[in-house]
Design a protein around this ligand. Sequence first.
Ligand code: KIV
Ligand code: NA
Length: 263
Amino acid sequence: RKAVTLPGLVAQRQQGNKITMLTCYDASFAALMDRCGVEILLVGDSLGMVCQGHSSTLPVTVAEIAYHTASVARGNKSALLVADMPFGSYATPEAAFQNAVQLMQAGAQMVKLEGGAWLAPTVKFLTERAVPVCAHIGLTPQSVHQLGGYKVQGKTDEAAELLKADAVALQAAGASLLVLEAIPATLGKEVTELLVIPTIGIGAGPDCSGQVLVMHDLLGVFPGRKARFVKNFMEGQTSIDAAVLAYVNAVKEQSFPAPEHCF
Ligand code: KIV
Ligand code: NA
């Protein structure tokens, strides 16, 4: 297939062709996901939990994300490669740019940052300097200690309005993708309709422009507590290729997420 690009993803959104994204941490899985047609590979700081065994994403460093990004880049041919900016790596626009350069030089084509309107100046600083940005709002796992746990966000009218204002501010600052995590499905739909950039949901309902899952959750190998939005796509399959293809097909035909995966 042709390389996945940001303009291509916007066109996909406009055509109603749902975007598929998975986390990926090594070369072999990158090659597998790429050949299964997954459009976006995310080197998520979830690697702190699923690869390193930590109880949160906070201990992950820029060097660790860069190491995994380089591995994924070697296995990938055509998917868009996004790398997470870990906890503490984007406290100022200048620090964010320096750290983003490390990830881009390791092979990332875009970086992802957690936060709302307060991040807009950083998003502007990065995008002006040719670092494409995916923003991430709703449940932002790096803020787990402030949020008091991994909880659904945007449930009150007030919280929903704030989240919508965050989405608009991030798009205006130059973000070209937006991850929405653990928010009511109705809010996922409203945010998506407010924006022209694609939204990628994880527990944000079926009306986002695309979906993302942590690969260990998709394969049913993560031993921790399962979030409501998780589905084990290995069930009924006899290979990892088949499970990833089942995920891609389910997102494309909009059978995933089903109501039982939504808030
Ligand atoms: O780190 C991660 O895996 C993520 C996704 C869940 C969006 O940020
Ligand atoms: Na992450």
